[in-house]
Design a protein around this ligand. Sequence first.
Ligand SMILES: [Zn+2]
Length: 162
Amino acid sequence: MRDFTIEKYWKLCNTIKENYGTLTFEGYLTKSKNKFIILRHDVDRMPENALKIAEIEHESGIKSTYYFRTNKSVFKPEIIKGIASLGHEIGYHYECMDKAAGNPEKAIKIFEDELKKFREICDVKTICMHGNPLTKYDNRELGKKYDFKRILTHTETFGFNL
Ligand SMILES: [Zn+2]
């Protein structure tokens, strides 16, 4: 016999209510909440513009992700902090294969150093490759040789974008 009493159902309802929002099936099929967009910005240059965009999104109640390169003109800690404080995610836009002239050992060292630079400012959970059409090195090669998940281990979630 199933042990399914009214009291248990009360408990179940309370647990659901504490942890989830609920929808009817019709609601699930028709509510626009089921549609979502993941907004991602690669900050290749002019980080000041990224901050402006981040402010507009914030005013509109939108959250997005900003992938920053580490060049001097792009990696501006104050801007990065500003964007993060608006509730957006900050990610690492890496191009270490280019910087290491195709040497994977050097590239992984650069990757770790640059990731550390970010983590001195804010949390980084996702990374995304910068495609540089002007160099002959492919940053994707690094992902084939090294397991980025290992390097990013102390974060709980991990998103990878190639
Ligand atoms: Zn880029």
